[in-house]
Ligand binder design. Structure first.
Ligand SMILES: Nc1ncnc2c1ncn2[C@@H]1O[C@H](COP(=O)(O)OP(=O)(O)OP(=O)(O)O)[C@@H](O)[C@H]1O
Length: 468
């Protein structure tokens, strides 16, 4: 037993018993006395008591009844019953119903009662310690589970996602899916508005996959001249067509054992879609001008900013090819839906362009950051990247200022006047053309400003009916 002096409540309608109890045990315990169960309950309301001992035979409320009431409101104290009965049936019932720790027959014997009270106090202490232990263990366990959870999250994204910056849960989910699908041969279709990072993600997917030792071959389906696409993709034999002066491997053959990235797949001419579907189904290609077939082992990642279901409805895209490519769809949300990425991306681009622009910028006024986060970003991350680069050049000193962004309106709060993707793209290209004085390709041209291939830009301009 510890030196702690425990609190004991003794309930008995016989005052002489109470008196004797106090006299016998006052040195060993702190003693509370009550002449009835009702009085005992009052004492328990106001005091912390570790052991309750009660006489069974009391006029107002028997010992059993007292304990039955007590167990609801004060379940902690150890309960002892004093009884004159030798009826074991009643006792067992009491022990079961009232959680009696021990019964003693009356009249009590000092030594026996002292022994029982000591054990009852120990019992109380043990239960309390156990409860605390269980509580501590539960807290520790919860904490561990939580830590494991975060650890798992960390591990999940512990891949080489170099050059991909994000704080957004939505985008992290995208990265998690990329990790899940990476080591399979499953076709992946990456969708998302222009400039959201589809190519960046396709490259990351290849880099963390078990094909990373082999090439990633990119094909921009929008930029290829129509008459050359087939030979570009599948290769040609010498003399297959005028100008085919030598045999040439196509992109699929070059990507053997690796990955082929079919960018802007929505722009692929429909007749070629049929051929592509065959290649995907049969895993073999035939060079132009050859009867021979070549087995290839290529993983396909396709990307588009078009709504392919709409293209299917218009008859511009084959639905069977769509289903073949869309086995594992990955959608990248637009930047306006993950504003929490804007500050980290701004920082990332400030560092990226420091050596290029030859200027170090480390102050971003709050107002500028606020403008950046409320802007609608039709050109997504690419637009942000270009604006940062341009603003770094234009900003005096080491503070970032956004000359052209400040005049731009914050994101539309309602769907009224909401631009369609095509309109937004058109306006964005027009803006780039204005800034580049309608120079499309080459140094300081709109394509460079938009960080896109000049051929793709010409194609998009044509498609959107943009003319000077
Ligand atoms: N999360 C990101 N972290 C860092 N850079 C990013 C991120 N997302 C996009 N970028 C950058 O933004 C630019 C545009 O990305 P990318 O070319 O991958 O977009 P895209 O969706 O393929 O565009 P498009 O549809 O026009 O082909 C690139 O310079 C890319 O590195």
């Amino acid at each position: 037993m510890s030196d702690k002096k425990y609190n004991i409540l003794y309930v008995d309608d016989e005052p002489s018993n109470l008196k004797a109890f106090r006299a016998t045990f006052k040195w060993d315990f702190n003693i509370f006395l009550a002449e009835s169960g009702r009085e005992g309950l009052e004492i328990l309301k106001q005091n912390q008591v570790e052991v309750v001992i009660a006489d069974q035979r009391m006029p107002e409320m028997t010992g059993f009844e007292f304990f039955k009431t007590l167990i609801k409101d004060f379940p902690d104290p150890t309960r002892i019953i004093l009884t004159g009965y030798s009826d074991m049936g009643v006792l067992i019932k009491a022990i079961n119903e009232c959680g009696i720790y021990q019964y003693l027959t009356k009249p009590w014997n000092e030594n026996e009662l002292k022994h029982v009270l000591d054990r009852a106090c120990e019992n109380y202490q043990l239960r309390t310690d156990n409860k605390k232990l269980i509580r501590d263990l539960k807290i520790a366990n919860d904490k561990l589970t939580e830590e494991n959870f975060y650890l798992r999250e960390e591990i999940k994204l512990d891949h080489d996602f170099n050059h991909i910056v994000t704080q957004s849960p939505k985008f992290r989910e995208v990265l998690q899916n990329v990790e899940k699908v990476a080591n399979t041969k499953t076709s992946v279709l990456i969708t998302g508005e222009s400039g959201t990072g589809k190519e960046l993600l396709a490259r990351a997917l290849h880099n963390i996959s078990n094909r990373s030792e082999y090439p990633l071959i990119k094909v921009n389906c929008a930029a290829l001249p129509r008459e050359l696409i087939e030979s570009e993709l599948f290769g040609h034999e010498k003399g297959a067509f005028t100008g085919a002066i030598a045999t040439r491997k196509g992109k699929f053959e070059l990507a053997d054992k690796g990955t082929i990235f079919l960018d802007e797949i929505g722009e692929m001419p429909i007749d070629l879609q049929t051929k592509l579907l065959r290649v995907l189904q049969e895993s073999e290609i035939q060079r132009l001008g050859s009867e021979k077939t070549y087995q290839i082992d290529v993983r396909v990642i396709a990307a588009t900013n078009r709504q392919l279901d709409q293209a299917i409805n218009k008859g511009e895209f084959r639905d069977d090819l769509y289903y073949r490519l869309n086995v594992f769809p990955i959608h990248i949300p637009p930047l306006r839906e993950r504003a929490e990425d804007i500050p980290v991306l701004v920082n990332f681009f400030l560092q990226k362009y420091e050596p290029i622009v030859g200027k170090s910028i480390h102050k971003i006024p709050k107002k500028v950051l606020k403008n950046l986060t409320s802007y609608h970003w039709p050109g997504n991350v690419r637009e942000l990247e270009n604006i940062i680069e341009r603003s770094m050049i234009l900003s005096p000193g080491n503070t970032l200022k956004f000359m052209d962004l400040e005049s731009k309106k914050p994101a539309a709060k309602t769907t009224e006047n909401f631009l369609t993707m095509e309109e937004a793209e058109k306006q964005h290209i027009l803006k780039a053309l204005e800034l580049s004085r309608w120079k499309v390709s080459g140094k300081n041209g709109a394509a460079e400003l938009l960080n896109m291939n000049a051929k793709t830009l010409f194609f998009r301009m044509n498609k959107l009916g943009i003319k000077k």
